[in-house]
Design a protein around this ligand. Structure first.
Ligand code: ZN
Length: 323
């Protein structure tokens, strides 16, 4: 578990810089919360503490003392710049710092700086919070509150969210945090087959019999392949042949007719246009047994799941129509 200390600059009696109807303390708190939420929602193995979650003012020393006592692995202080200028810059202590400190700065810089039209660089300065922190510490200055262009950018919550998420991605990249997976209980009721899985292991993990699992997915053999998507739920949701097919929940759905291609549609072994093996092709106008549809990867129109020569195959959504 890595410990990340996030410090929204200023707060309470200290508004920070104020201009263009904005207060630095409000913006830093919003960005910090977006950073925290994105880390918590998307990554495993991370624990987060914030110097403040409301409009209060812990002193700078209180903040660094808390991070040091907690044993934080990284300290990230979020600020908005002022004094006339534009763009993004970040700071580490201008004394002796570890190579990890430089790595943390670069990781955050690489994600956040591209959000701004001007990159003012990776900088060093004798700032209290980066000096007093015992762990790698970075302070970011996210645009100038007193420059109209930057202030207009910071007035949008969507932009503050992007800035927060970019901080989170930078922190995650620095630590090499693993993404959370949706797991077996994905709302779509589908399971992506992993290496080493068997029909039996998937069935028992999900409270199904092998027969039920095979019926749900129209499987004739016991062979499954990593990357295959299996339907786990037997509830009957209407399956509309929309441009974005939804995962199907019952075994068979009539027939799929091949449309919108010059000659023939490719049948793939996985619902992933860029990383699948071609099983063969089906001529335009031809039909084949349809199991349903899945989201998959690299196709905005999803994929149709069909029976192709006795096994599961996938056809890009826009190349088929349920008939
Ligand atoms: Zn500040």
């Amino acid at each position: 578990m890595v410990k990340v200390y996030i410090d929204p600059g200023h707060g309470g009696t200290d508004p920070g810089a104020v201009a263009n109807g904005l207060k630095e303390k409000d913006l830093t708190l919003k960005i910090a919360k977006y950073t925290r939420d994105y880390l918590q929602d998307n990554y495993k193995g991370v624990s987060i503490k914030m110097s403040r979650t409301g409009d209060t003012y812990p002193s700078l020393t209180q903040r660094t003392n808390e991070a040091n006592a907690w044993g934080a692995d990284a300290f990230v202080s979020i600020h908005i710049n002022a004094g006339g200028g534009t763009g993004y810059e970040d700071y580490i202590y201008n004394g002796g710092v570890s190579s990890d400190t430089h790595k943390l700065q670069s990781a955050i810089h690489n994600e956040v700086a591209p959000l701004f039209s001007t990159n003012r660089g990776k900088r060093v300065k004798n700032l209290a919070v980066v000096r007093q922190s015992k762990m790698p510490a970075v302070l970011t200055e996210n645009g100038f509150i007193d420059t109209k262009k930057d202030a207009d950018f910071l007035k949008s919550n969507a932009n503050l969210k992007k800035i927060g998420q970019a901080h989170a991605k930078g922190i995650a990249n620095y630590f090499g945090l693993k993404k959370k997976t949706s797991g077996n209980n994905a709302p779509s009721g589908t399971y992506t087959v992993k290496k080493g899985d068997t029909l039996w292991s998937i069935a028992t993990d999900n409270g199904l019999t092998v027969k039920k699992l095979k019926d749900l997915n129209g499987l004739k053999s016991d062979t499954i392949h990593p990357g295959d998507k299996l339907t786990l739920s037997g509830s009957k949701k209407p399956s509309k042949p929309a441009s974005k097919p939804k995962p199907s929940n019952s075994g068979k759905h009539g027939k799929l007719k091949i449309i919108n291609v010059n000659n023939a549609a490719i049948v793939m072994d996985k619902p992933d246009r860029n990383n699948s093996k071609n099983l063969g092709t089906v001529k335009k106008g031809a039909t084949l047994p349809l199991n349903g549809s899945v989201r998959g990867k690299n196709s905005s129109s999803g994929y149709w799941e069909v029976n192709f020569n006795g096994r599961l195959g996938y056809i890009t959504g826009k190349f088929g129509k349920k008939v």
